[in-house]
Write a protein that binds this ligand. Structure first.
Ligand SMILES: *Cc1c(COP(=O)(O)O)cnc(C)c1O
Length: 439
């Protein structure tokens, strides 16, 4: 015999709309087509549980399921970067330009990445991206693209220095982040690292003394995330080339030509013209493109790298090739715009936000701020900037809101620097701030 509790729970069970009925709702079946059935089913389950617990009526189940749906299939959420750190490793480094995103979408289906549609025959993979890179750096005889900057170095090591020495100044033993260290990366490729000079000073004679028949190449690594100042001195690629050994220059940030705003940042064209055999760099730092490792330099050496068996394991996909070509040929990438943003323009945008927020009763003002390139580029270079200063208790609701807005908390204030926020998103930032403040 059923007692009263059992009977009432049976009652509720009867009230809970079935999964089939809920999934048959046109709004939820449209969501299934967009997000996939498992995600919608999970949201339906959440709604059914709410009905079962008596927290909503059965008639609200569809709305509850719709409310429980995520906006996107993937868990990666878009973030407004208001930190003033242009290349923020935790935020995925370079944001792509709309034209690069479009190119990636176009490459999403079948695409002629390795086919010449004119002849119907196989063609060099990613030839458009390679041509764009060659044109962007005429000092490079040949170019190649791999998965990232670390992969470019690894491919150089396995090709040019297997079981041989790589000469590296003690001032250039760099940890690039997350515990990964360039000398350890190269050693894992079967090369021996030969330490040269000291932390603060290394001379041409130090390299000459260490060079010998076992030398694979001389490596220059740009200290891209720290500065050493004072009694310092190093040797440039031009002087190193005079030793008659291959010189590989890891410039890191992917600046292809000198940038007057970043006078201390090495660039590919200058290193190659000075006599570097190879330059390696990342695609998603100052170049402002997709994650990639760029290899530029002497044709015979680049070709040997391209034909090395490991090259196949490091090769990039069609999306990377599409985005890289569009970054090189298309309109100004967001990273370049952020680095070169004129301060008066930034101040006007920030003032407008501060006035609008203050009009709604928020404690908001404009303060000077120091933005940085960050993420392995131009260490020690400050980009004079400004920020919207608001109470720091807004940091968490902004960070966890939709869209997420990430700023910097400094001395009890939340600072929002608009340098890396596209101007058309200023109104989104204002709306998010007002929402977070409950206004
Ligand atoms: C960032 C960086 C790397 C690593 O590049 P990834 O693209 O992150 O693999 C290597 N060397 C230098 C000097 C760098 O700045």
């Amino acid at each position: 015999m059923a007692d009263e509790t059992d009977e009432s729970s049976a009652d509720i069970r009867r009230q809970v709309p079935s999964t089939t009925v809920l999934l048959g709702d046109p709004r939820l079946s449209e969501a299934s087509a967009r997000l996939g059935r498992p995600i919608v089913k999970a949201a339906v389950g959440t709604a059914q549980q709410l009905v079962r617990e008596g927290r909503i009526g059965p008639g609200d189940a569809v709305h509850a399921a719709l409310a429980a749906l995520p906006a996107h299939t993937a868990g990666l959420r878009p973030v407004h970067n208001a930190t003033g750190v242009v290349l923020h490793t935790n935020l995925g480094r370079a944001p792509l330009s709309p034209s690069a995103l479009e190119a990636m979408a176009a490459a999403g289906g079948y695409t002629d990445v390795e086919l010449d549609l004119g002849t119907g025959r196989r063609a060099p993979r990613g030839r458009g991206a390679m041509a764009a890179l060659r044109e962007a750096v005429p000092a490079a005889e040949e170019v190649h693209v791999v998965n990232n900057g670390a992969a470019a170095l690894a491919l150089a090591a396995v090709t040019l220095a297997p079981g041989r020495d790589i000469l590296l100044s003690r001032g250039e033993f760099v940890e690039i982040g997350d515990g990964f260290r360039i000398p350890e990366l190269l050693a894992s490729c079967g090369a021996r690292i030969r330490e040269v000079g000291t932390t603060n000073r290394t001379r041409l004679g130090d390299y000459a003394d260490a060079a010998g028949p076992d030398t694979g190449f001389i490596l220059k690594v740009h200290p891209s995330n720290f500065t050493v100042s004072g009694f310092t001195g190093g040797v440039g690629p031009g002087e190193l080339a005079s030793l008659g050994l291959p010189v590989v220059v890891d410039i890191g940030s992917g600046l292809l030509a000198p940038d007057p705003v970043l006078p201390d940042e090495p660039d590919a064209a200058t290193a190659l013209r000075a006599g570097a055999t190879l330059v390696t760099a990342s695609g998603d730092k100052l170049l402002g493109g997709p994650q990639a490792g760029l290899v530029l330099g002497v044709a015979a050496v680049v070709e040997r790298m391209r034909r090395h068996p490991l090259a196949r394991a490091l090769r990039v996909d069609k999306f990377t090739l599409a985005a890289l070509e569009a970054t090189l040929r298309g309109p100004e990438p967001p990273v370049h715009a952020a680095v070169h943003m004129p301060l008066p323009q930034l101040r006007i945008r920030t003032l407008r936000l501060a006035e609008d927020a203050a009009r709604r009763g928020l404690d908001a003002r404009v303060v000077p701020h120091e933005a940085v390139v960050g993420g392995g580029g131009a260490p020690g270079t400050v980009l004079p900037s400004c920020a919207l200063s608001i109470p720091d208790d807004l940091a968490e609701p902004l960070r966890t809101g939709e869209p997420a807005v990430l700023g910097r908390v400094v001395r009890g204030r939340l600072l929002l620097d608009l340098r890396c926020v596209p101007q058309e998103c200023d109104s989104d930032i204002l709306a998010a701030v007002l929402r977070a403040a409950g206004r």
